[in-house]
Ligand binder design. Structure first.
Ligand code: NAP
Length: 253
């Protein structure tokens, strides 16, 4: 796709934050193209032009930036999409393109956060869940489920995923296919109906999927929280979409 002659913002997306930003840029008349990884069969599409699929590493992204006259990158990918973020930062450095990282705040300041078991990565989460008793609700995303099979393959597990495509899970696991936002009542019922005693979550942050944390607290369900991967040092970062919009306006000119 060749875009028009005006310099364009590349939004690395796949999140509600990225869709909100695309809406704001469209409303402000700032040219932008959103990029999706292309793994979800029916993605929620943002406003404006969209491209889909990997770029082919940092070099491929650098080529894309040059070919499409990209003036700035806003990385609004999920906080756990660490590879894409790293590639964005490297491609930005190769081409001299300004880059802004937009993330939603994590749940470390959540009122129940001190009661959770915080772990570094899915392997540690799986080992921790194995050590706790009772059925487990996994809300870690389709791609991370394989990390739990060795530890929890024989256990009673409910795995909630947004997209079940190409997913093979152990026979005792139950799949629940659903996309947020999730309400407190539904989260309470899900945990209660399956008798879950353990909830595993990533520190995705935001409000759309936070009701499970309150429901778990209310029902005495143990919460295992996977810490976010570190973000690359020295990159301009914000949680604030107004600030991101102002940054784009300034950068694109
Ligand atoms: P990842 O591991 O960081 O990225 C793996 C590769 O996928 C990247 O190197 C890149 O391929 C491609 N890719 C990722 N995001 C892309 C994007 N927005 N546009 C074009 N290519 C992209 O990413 P992930 O964790 O698999 O997440 C994939 C997508 O799902 C992201 O867009 C993310 O925002 C969204 N998402 C992720 C999660 C999560 O928990 N990880 C949750 C909700 C939504 P190349 O190296 O070939 O460029």
């Amino acid at each position: 796709m060749r875009l028009g002659e005006r310099m364009t913002v590349l939004i690395l997306g796949g999140t509600a934050t990225a869709r909100d930003l695309a809406d704001r840029l469209a409303a402000a008349g700032i040219p932008a193209v959103s990029s999706l990884a292309g793994r979800t069969s029916e993605p929620r599409l943002p406003a404006g032009p969209v491209r889909s699929g990997g770029f082919g590493g940092p070099e491929g992204l650098a080529l894309y930036l040059r070919e499409h006259r990209i003036a700035a990158i806003v990385d609004a990918t999920h906080p756990f999409a660490a590879q894409m973020t790293e590639h964005a930062v490297r491609a930005a450095a190769m081409t001299g393109t300004p880059v802004l990282l937009v993330t939603r705040p994590g749940w470390s300041a959540h009122p129940h956060a001190p009661t959770w078991t915080w772990v570094d990565g899915h392997r540690q989460a799986a080992a921790t869940a194995k050590a706790f008793e009772g059925p487990v609700l996994l809300t870690v995303g389709r791609q991370s489920l394989p990390s739990y099979v060795e530890a929890l393959g024989e256990r009673s597990v409910v795995a909630r995923v947004a997209d079940p495509s190409h997913l093979v899970t152990p026979p005792d696991w139950q799949l629940v296919v659903a996309r947020g936002p999730f309400e407190m009542n539904a989260e309470r019922n899900l945990l209660r109906d399956h008798g879950c005693m353990v909830l595993v979550s990533k520190d995705s942050g935001g409000t759309e999927t936070a009701a499970k944390l309150d429901a778990a607290h209310e029902l005495g369900v143990r919460v295992i929280m996977v810490r976010r991967p570190a973000t690359p040092a020295g990159v301009d970062t914000t949680h604030d979409l107004d600030r991101a919009l102002a940054w784009c306006r300034r950068t694109v000119g």
